[in-house]
Design a protein around this ligand. Sequence first.
Ligand code: UDX
Length: 447
Amino acid sequence: MALKITVIGTGYLGATHAAAMAELGFEVLGLDVVPEKIEMLQRGEVPMYEPGLEELLRKHVAGIEGSSGRLRFTMDFAEVAEFGDIHFVCVNTPQKHGEYACDMSYVDAAFASLAPHLTGPALVVGKSTVPVGSADRLARTLTGLAPAGDEVELAWNPEFLREGFAVQDTLHPDRIVAGIRSERAEKLLREVYATPLSEGTPFVVTDFPTAELVKTAANSFLATKISFINAMAEVCEAGGGDVVKLAEAIGHDDRIGKKFLRAGIGFGGGCLPKDIRAFMARAGELGADQALTFLREIDSINMRRRGQMVEMTREALGGSSFLGKRIAVLGATFKPDSDDVRDSPALNVAGQIHLQGGQVTVYDPKGMDNARRLFPTLGYAETAVDAVRGAHAVLHLTEWREFRELDPAALGEVATDRVVLDGRNALDPSVWRAAGWTYRAMGRPTA
Ligand code: UDX
C-alpha cells in the first residue's frame, strides 16, 4: 500500500513539501497551528508568493474542482498521528530575540504535540534547520513520549530549497541527504523519494550530526562566497577596479565557478543570515568557536554593504544630507521572485535613508504588502515609474526582471535628476548611460 505522509508546519518549506509529496503520488495531510493558514491552504491559496506553488496546490487540494484530492489540511495532531506512516517536521527555527542562537521552540512543540499520539510504527523526519545535536535529543524525546516507544523512529533530512525556485528544488533536488539510524528508515526515505532518485538525484546517507551540519555548512559556504565577492568590491572601489569583470574572470576557473559571485548590497532573507549566526552560537557551545570566527567577518562584510549603499547615495546627491532629497527605491524583497522582506538588504537601505531625512518612495512587484507592514513610514508607489517621478536618485536594490526591462529614456522624462545607483550589478550600464543617466554601481568605476 502506498505510504501516507503528513507535513507538520505549512510555511515556505512545509506548504511546498506537502504539495510536492501529493504531486509524487502520495496521500498527504498537512498540519499547522495557525487557523488562517489552514483556511487559506484548504481553499488552494498560498500565504506567500512563490512561482508555481499555487498551481501545484490547486492541482491536489481535496475539494477543489478537478484536483487529485490527495492533499488535505488539519490542525489536529491526533488525526495526523492516526493518518501518517511518515511525518515530516517542517516548522521554522528563527533567530532568538537578542541572541545569535536558533529558537527551537517550534520544533520542540511539534515533537511534544505529535509524540503522545503515536501508538503504532512511524517514521518522523526532521526537515527544519537545527543546531547540530538536536536530532539526537529529539530522538530521545520521541521514544520517551510515544506510546509505541521504539517503534517510532527519527530521521534527519535537511531541505535546500531556494525561495523563488521552491517547487522546482523540491521536486528535482540537487541531492537528498538522509541522516538515519536504521535500514528501515533508509528504505522508507528511498520510497518517498523514488521519483527524484530515478532521475539520478544523489542520495547521501549520513549519521544525525552530519545531516544537520550539511545544511548549515552549505549555507555558510554560500554566504562566504557572496561576502568574498563583496570584499573584492570594497577593494575594487578603493583601487579603481571593476568587480563585475573580476567575478567573470575568476569564475572561468571551474574550481571557483560563476555562481553566487554577484557583488552588491549582499545577502538577506529568512535563512542565510540567521543560519550563519546560529551556527556560530552552536560552535561556541561545543567549544569549537574558533573554527567559525570567520563567519563573524562574513556577517560584517555583508552588513557593511548596506551602509556603503547609503553612503554611495549620499555622495551621488552631493555629499551632505538627505534632507529635501527624493529617493526612488526599486525593490523591497530580499531577492527577486519572492514577496519575502525578512532581513531584506533593500528595505534596510531604504529605511536607513528615510531615517536620515530622505523622502523615500519604494516600489516592488510582489513585496509591497509585506514591506508596508514592516516599514509603514516609508513612501510607496504603485509602479516603478511612479516611484521614480520627481526623484533626485534611483536605487536599484532587488534584481527583478521588470527593472531590467524598464526604459531608461522614459524614466528619465519623469525623474528630477538622472542618477541611478545599481545595488545589484544587474542593470546594463551602457543602456542607462546612453539615455543620459549617471550610472553608479557597487565595486565598479564611476564613469
Ligand atoms: C538559501 C539557500 O540558497 C538555500 O539552499 C537554503 O535552503 C535557504 O537559504 P534563499 O534564502 O532562498 O536560499 O536565497 P538565495 O538564493 O540563497 O539568496 C540569498 C541572498 O543572497 C539573497 O539576498 C540574494 O540576493 C543574495 N545573493 C545571492 C547575492 O547577493 N549575490 C549572489 O551572487 C547570490
